[in-house]
Design a protein around this ligand. Structure first.
Ligand SMILES: *Cc1c(COP(=O)(O)O)cnc(C)c1O
Length: 597
């Protein structure tokens, strides 16, 4: 992969946009996504639109045109007060603009009339940050004139704080904007549809205020892309801070002094540099510099320190990290770094696109094939851990009815203990673990296979035996291949005691599971709820060192060959346990079902 590059994770951006959108919606605020920070990258714009954003805003007409030419379908808002010289293009190429100069609005009106259009405007109000905005005392006067202009529709008012002077959008400021909106509506007997309270810096105001007043809109860039609240620089809960990762290549790595040798004058940028004496250090030079990115906005992912940068180099103290020439060093980005990097033609933009269902399934099937090859040669060192019946435990469990008579839900001792811990965790959350299946004899496995075959034969009478077998083998292992014969596999779901139902996992109706590709654990086309529930189930087991099956979200392995392959172990601990062994053990210890090889 080329360097320097910026890796862009569209799934994370989509997650941030959706999370913020539903959060602000709780108090009736719509969000506009501001694309200037990512140079209006069309893939990013598209993912925002796909995830429910209807208005995209940018400070530059060129960026808006870029998105339109790439086929992005949205309403486009120009957020930098328009240049009067570009008035015609504003009318032709954007749907709406933020404004603060009457002379410009008059020009917009002329061009709107000329082209038979209506251009929507939002009047910006100056509330203390001293960037764009009409002084509150002059607002009514301006509006009086705006309302007489043809081809212009006053969509609303807005303000922008926390930019030029870092003035906080406090409750007081927002109440002021609300009251201005109310008095204008009253005075002019109009309805303002959009009261746009600000940008990402409004997050703290929003989280602490009970009443957002008339504010019904925010324009968000930084918080969507980087998951930070800009006033404090703190991460916003539940958002990703690493949707963008910057990577550069090491071109020199040497032990050198931490202080320069010689008389010190001005550096390449006219500054007098200062140095901290740390003795000899391991210095790495990266092939990226201030021409490419605002270096102050980079945070190394490894424990290293940026010592300084020139137009084409960043120099870092590699400390104890194992770097090498030709190796890569990665950084997370702050807003300044993001804006500059996205604008640099020297930096490769590596977009990780969300995977389609078809692609995902192909990957799972490939992985599964590979997995099967590896399990076939996995060594077992049987550790003789006994089988125990979950039915004899005092754990809070629900047992799904089995086609096998007198089924005992046997698992190995360690698995038994793990299930105990999982069930106790669920007890505290008003939920219960459902055990669908555990140890199975070959005969039991064969029964399952036959049952599925006859079901499908009836469903698809035209299919051949081979075709039917192929479908069945996608989900049911042949007797010899099933890890259920080891006592290290369990099939589980979760029951919600409050809602009195089995959780929704996307392919189940209660306990009834429809076997299809959507059973692959991370299938992209299942609902948000199902995704959340699968994640919950999988984490419960994975935290107990189980691995989830590639194709079945309910199947978990521990200690057996499937587990050993996934965990990169040299050998598995649990081999196959045959019916005859289990029966003889049950005879020897009739009151306690457990078993030694
Ligand atoms: C840049 C900008 C925004 C977005 O700011 P973020 O801090 O990135 O959310 C909103 N409104 C205006 C007028 C802007 O210039």
């Amino acid at each position: 992969m080329p360097t320097p590059r910026i890796d862009i994770n569209l799934n994370k951006i989509a997650h941030n946009a959706k999370t913020l959108s539903s959060l602000f919606q709780e108090k009736g605020i719509d969000i506009i996504a501001v694309t200037k920070g990512v140079c209006a990258h069309p893939h990013i714009a598209n993912i925002l639109v796909k995830n429910g954003v209807t208005i995209l805003a940018d400070s530059r007409i060129a960026n808006i045109k870029k998105m339109q030419e790439a086929g992005v379908k949205a309403t486009f808002l120009l957020i930098r007060t328009p240049m009067i010289s570009q008035s015609e293009s504003v009318v032709l190429d954007t749907d709406m603009s933020l404004n603060s100069e009457l002379s410009v609005i008059k020009k917009l009106s002329e061009f709107a009339l000329l082209h038979g259009k209506v251009h929507k405007i939002i009047l910006m109000v100056e509330l203390g940050d001293l960037r764009e905005g009409i002084l509150p005392s002059q607002l009514e006067n301006t509006i009086k004139k705006v309302l007489t202009l043809k081809g212009i529709h006053l969509e609303g008012i807005g303000t922008n704080l926390a930019c030029f002077s870092g003035v906080k959008p406090t409750t007081e400021k927002m109440e002021l904007l609300s009251s201005i909106a109310i008095s204008i509506e009253k005075k002019f007997r109009i309805k303002l549809s959009m009261i746009s309270g600000g940008n990402s810096a409004n997050y703290n105001w929003f989280s602490t205020t009970k009443d957002v007043g008339r504010i019904n809109n925010l324009r968000l860039g930084e918080s969507i892309f980087l998951g930070y609240e800009p006033l404090t620089g703190r991460p916003i809960p539940k958002l990703y801070q690493d949707a963008f990762i910057m990577t550069a290549e090491v071109i020199e790595l040497k032990n050198k002094s931490s202080v320069p040798d010689g008389e010190i004058g001005l550096d390449a940028f006219g500054n007098k540099p200062k140095f901290k004496d740390q003795g000899m250090i391991r210095r790495a030079i990266l092939a990226i510099g201030v021409q490419d990115v605002m270096v102050a906005g980079l945070t190394p992912k490894l424990d290293t320190e940026i010592l300084g940068a020139g137009s084409d180099h960043i120099i870092i103290n590699a400390k104890k990290e194992e770097l090498k020439v030709g190796g890569e060093v990665s950084f997370t980005l702050k807003y300044g770094a993001l804006v500059t990097a996205m604008n640099s033609s020297y930096i490769f933009k590596n977009i990780k696109t969300p995977i389609t269902a078809k692609e995902y399934c192909a990957i799972v099937e490939e992985k599964d094939k590979f997995h099967k090859k590896k399990t076939a040669i996995m060594v077992v060192k049987e550790n003789n851990s006994p089988l125990m019946s979950l039915q004899d435990s005092d754990f809070n469990l629900i047992f799904e009815k089995s086609i096998q008579k007198n089924y005992r839900y046997l698992v190995r001792k360690e698995v038994y203990e793990k299930i105990g811990r999982i069930s106790r965790l669920l007890d505290n959350q008003g939920k219960k673990l459902i055990i669908r299946s555990a140890w199975r004899s070959f005969e039991h496995q064969q029964k399952l296979w036959n049952q599925k075959v006859s079901f499908l034969k009836k469903k698809y009478p035209k299919k051949t035996v081979e075709e039917i077998s192929k479908i069945v083998s996608r989900f049911i292992a042949t007797e010899k291949q099933s890890t259920h014969s080891t006592g290290g596999a369990v099939d589980a779901l979760i029951y919600d005691l409050q809602k009195k139902c089995v959780l929704d996992f996307g392919t189940n109706d209660g306990l009834q599971i429809d076997l299809n590709e959507k059973c692959y654990p991370k299938h992209p086309s299942i609902s948000e709820e199902a995704r959340k529930n699968r994640k919950f189930l999988m984490e419960l087991f994975e935290n107990e060192d189980f691995v989830c099956d590639h194709k079945e979200y309910w199947h978990f392995d521990y200690g057996n060959i499937g587990w050993a392959v996934e965990k990169n172990k040299k050998y598995a601990n649990y081999g196959i346990l045959k019916e005859s062994y289990v029966q003889s053990a049950a005879l020897d210890y009739p009151d306690k079902v457990f078993f030694y090889l």
